[in-house]
Design a protein around this ligand. Structure first.
Ligand code: PLP
Length: 393
């Protein structure tokens, strides 16, 4: 019997996944650029600096020495040890290498974590504004994202009184991200301590995405585990080299977790991607073991750009902006302009040739995200155009 040919039918798993709003905007901006239009972009989610020379040299050496074969799925022993040392500094916890899994970017680490801890309909609490991949990754793992609004009037801090309302018997985890994408907010010690106690009391995991923890302008961005080491059996810490060492394309991220989770992720990864690229692992090792002068210089440039942007944005009527403590984004409020974020972003691109990311992508339709991982020249020209555009409304 001939099988009926049906139309392309996708799995239920992917039908629920939102297309990326950022890709839509960047696609349009690219199209305009290709037509010769001078588009200025504030969309970048990656540092505009080159990867440091010592890291590139380590990768070249790996190639020359033939380090081009499979490695253990969870990463090379030397890199896992270096990652464990890095996490020791950040969290004070003594992780064994068997608790570390290196993956193809922090995004991949987060994906793996959700795949191994979630069952169908398990809920994951996500403070909002949030990095746009969290809810989609939770859904891909069969879970349900549950959002808790942060308080803009308090620098986008999370409030316990709002968080406690979100717990249900199905809550499995909370994802925290400090410094935050898109707000740049750094969670304070008190709230981190409260979240840790809340997690222990309710027996839920804390997934702490600390990918921006070296890009900080004031004070320190502390790991929840440094403040509450007793959380270690419920905490999964994520970091990577993408942002701190300007290595987004190398695709190396990592996590530390209780042993059963780390070994489940290692098996899961062994049947999906296997190890991350051997050469990139050598490069990441050089990054972690090398000097950190590059990071300091990059953070200094970002700080100057942030200060300039905040000053300029404060002069634009109808726009207000919380001062970010870390990462490389500002998240101004445009609600007084009477436009939804996607309409504003589309019109700004069309009329002023400036690309920004609409806040709706991060759960807030009243804001836009501007990355300052771009040159001062672009920042100055772009903000002038934004000001002129807003004044014309
Ligand atoms: C909050 C956050 N977590 C994780 C990632 C992923 O980083 P990676 O490039 O290491 O996958 C990003 C990248 O934009 C991010 O903003």
């Amino acid at each position: 019997m001939e099988r009926k040919r049906n139309k392309i039918s996708l799995s239920h798993r992917v039908q629920n996944i939102a297309p990326s709003i950022t890709l839509e905007i960047t696609g349009k901006a690219k199209e305009m650029k290709a037509k010769g239009i001078d588009v200025l972009g504030f969309g970048a989610g990656e540092p505009d600096f080159d990867t440091p020379e010592n890291i590139k040299q380590a990768a070249k050496k790996a190639i020359d020495e033939g380090f081009t074969k499979y490695t253990p799925a969870a990463g090379t022993p030397e890199l896992r040890k270096a990652v464990a040392e890095e996490f020791k500094t950040d969290t004070t916890i003594d992780y064994d290498s068997s608790q570390i899994v290196v993956s193809c970017g922090a995004k991949h680490s987060l994906f793996n974590i959700l795949q191994v801890i979630l069952n169908e309909k398990d809920e994951v609490i996500i403070p909002s504004p949030y990095w746009l991949s969290y809810p989609e990754m939770v859904k891909m793992a069969g879970g349900v994202p549950v959002f808790v609004l942060c308080d803009e009037s308090d620098g986008f801090q999370l409030k316990m009184k709002n968080l406690v309302k979100k717990i249900t018997p199905r809550t499995k985890a909370i994802i925290i991200n400090s410094p935050n994408n898109p707000t740049g907010c750094i969670l304070g010690r008190k709230i981190l301590k409260d979240i840790a106690e809340f997690a222990v009391e309710n027996n839920i995991f804390v997934i702490s995405d600390e990918i921006y923890n070296k890009i900080v302008y004031e004070g320190e961005s502390e790991s929840i585990l440094k403040i509450c080491p007793e959380l270690k059996d419920l905490a999964i810490v994520v970091n990577g080299v993408s942002k701190s060492f300007s290595m987004t394309g190398w695709r190396i991220g990592y996590m530390a977790a209780p042993k059963p989770i780390a070994s489940a992720i290692s098996s899961y990864q062994s049947h999906s991607t296997s190890n991350p690229a051997s050469i990139a692992q050598k490069a990441a090792y050089a990054a972690l073991k090398g000097d950190r002068e590059f990071v300091g210089g990059m953070v200094k440039s970002f700080r100057d750009r942030r200060d300039y942007m905040l000053g300029k944005l404060s002069e634009i009527p109808g726009v207000s902006c919380v001062r970010p403590g870390g990462a490389f984004y500002v998240f101004p409020n445009i609600s007084k302009l009477g436009m939804k974020s996607a309409d504003f972003a589309a019109s700004l691109l069309e009329k002023a040739h400036v690309a920004v990311v609409p806040g709706v992508a991060f759960g807030w339709d009243t804001h836009i995200r501007l990355s300052y991982a771009t040159s001062m020249e672009v920042i100055k020209k772009g903000l002038e155009r934004i000001e002129k555009y807003i004044k014309s409304l």
